[in-house]
Design a protein around this ligand. Structure first.
Ligand SMILES: *Cc1c(COP(=O)(O)O)cnc(C)c1O
Length: 391
């Protein structure tokens, strides 16, 4: 069977080799601890599940939802932006529900890319930015996120010729995989670049609510002029342990959202209405704040366990201010993949090789804080027993 270039050209599935090693270890009876994939381990809060239970029984929810999403959900997102960031959004035009933010991130390129166009994507970064670009027939320019620059891209090194052909710029703070954060000054620079080069900023804010020690990440839309030149993708997956529910949104530029809306109406029919009502509950219920705060403390404790153990094993790592990842360099003499294989063989602990997020991720690995603290301690004890870090 001849497959299309867009399928043939997909990079080999990075985790295939690791998955095979995990299966082999499990077959041998190894007690594998998975710190690879960033999927919240705790259940969706009860108040959200209860609302879903009610909504699912109502016949009014059993038909196709409106293409533009339920007004109730769009208004809830708008209220959340007002409360949390002081940003006023028109729920009619500046909020669009998504079937998980990944859906919108993957499809936005099809709305802006013609052959020969370029998207600016962070490296290391969430792979969907580049894959969506590839599927739309575009090229990617990889913006290096370097430790020395706080894992923020340096716009001044983007060649003039590339900037001229660029259509979208993907950004993601708090950042997966590095845990880095961006301040409003950085977003202001992004707006300036976007206006100068007629580029649309697509800010992925999946980890906006996962932050520690009182640090509160800012929204891209807080930057003056942001809503004229960009959008922010948001997700209920990570803040509310709802990864399986598939509910997210895009907010910002009405013109950008209108294009995405037109595209979507031709390929999907929106989110189950009951899920959208559960999303309203997630955002609006007074218990939301309580849930967010206790979730932050859970990840903060886990983060501290990991950072402390890495220090004891010889690493110099700074504790991330946000996200549920710890990003650290691999010891000298290893590639990212070799080190991940070594850890799995010696300790049964699974982590993610930095090279899976792009060439600038080579030399690093990522630990996801998505297991309970006793298991995390066990994993870190094993790592301490097997590795003495030398840079
Ligand atoms: C988890 C994640 C997403 C996807 O979230 P969904 O809303 O579940 O699709 C998007 N971006 C980043 C960086 C993520 O880590």
């Amino acid at each position: 069977m001849k497959k299309a270039g867009r399928i043939e050209k997909l990079p080999p599935y990075l985790f295939a080799e690791i998955d095979k090693k995990i299966r082999e270890a499990l077959d041998k009876g190894v007690d594998v601890i998975k710190l690879g994939i960033g999927d919240p381990d705790r259940p969706t809060p009860g108040y959200i599940v209860e609302r879903m239970q009610e909504e699912v029984t109502l016949p009014r929810n059993h038909s196709y939802p409106p293409d533009e999403g339920l007004m109730e959900f769009r208004e809830a997102v708008s209220r959340y932006y007002k409360r949390r960031f002081g940003v006023e959004l028109d729920p009619q035009k500046e909020v669009l529900p998504l079937i998980g933010s990944k859906e919108g991130i993957a499809h936005i390129s099809a709305c802006f890319i013609d052959p020969g166009d370029v998207n600016l994507v962070p490296d290391p970064g969430y792979p969907v930015y580049g894959i969506g670009t590839l599927f739309a027939g575009g090229e990617t320019y990889r913006m290096p996120l370097l430790e020395g620059n706080g894992y923020l891209p340096d716009f001044s090194i983007i060649p003039e010729e590339t900037a001229r052909r660029a259509r979208l710029m993907f950004l993601n703070y708090p950042n997966n995989p590095t845990g880095a954060v961006a301040g409003i000054d950085f977003f202001e620079k992004a707006v300036e670049f976007a206006k100068k080069h007629d580029v649309v900023v697509c800010h992925d804010s999946a980890y906006l609510e996962i932050s520690f020690n009182g640090y509160r990440p800012v929204s891209f839309l807080e930057a003056p002029g942001a809503r004229e030149c960009g959008i922010e993708f948001g997700s209920l997956s990570k803040p509310f342990n709802m990864t399986g529910w598939r509910v997210g949104y895009a907010v910002g530029s009405a013109e950008v959202l209108e294009a995405l809306y037109r595209y979507k109406t031709n390929i999907d029919s929106g989110n189950f209405k009951a899920v959208q009502f559960a999303g309203v509950e997630a955002l609006d219920n007074p218990k939301a704040q309580e849930h967010i705060e206790s979730m932050q403390l859970v990840y903060q404790e886990r983060r501290d366990v990991v950072v402390q153990a890495l220090k004891e094993a010889g690493w110099t790592v700074t504790a991330p201010k946000a996200s549920f990842y710890v990003w650290a360099p691999v010891p000298q003499g290893y590639t990212s993949k070799d080190f991940v294989s070594y850890l799995l063989e010696k300790t049964g602990v699974v982590v993610t090789p930095g090279s899976g997020f792009g060439e600038y991720g080579e030399g690093y690995f990522r630990i996801a804080l998505t297991v309970e603290v006793d298991r995390l301690k066990e994993a870190m004890d094993r790592i301490k027993g097997a590795v003495r870090y030398k840079g």
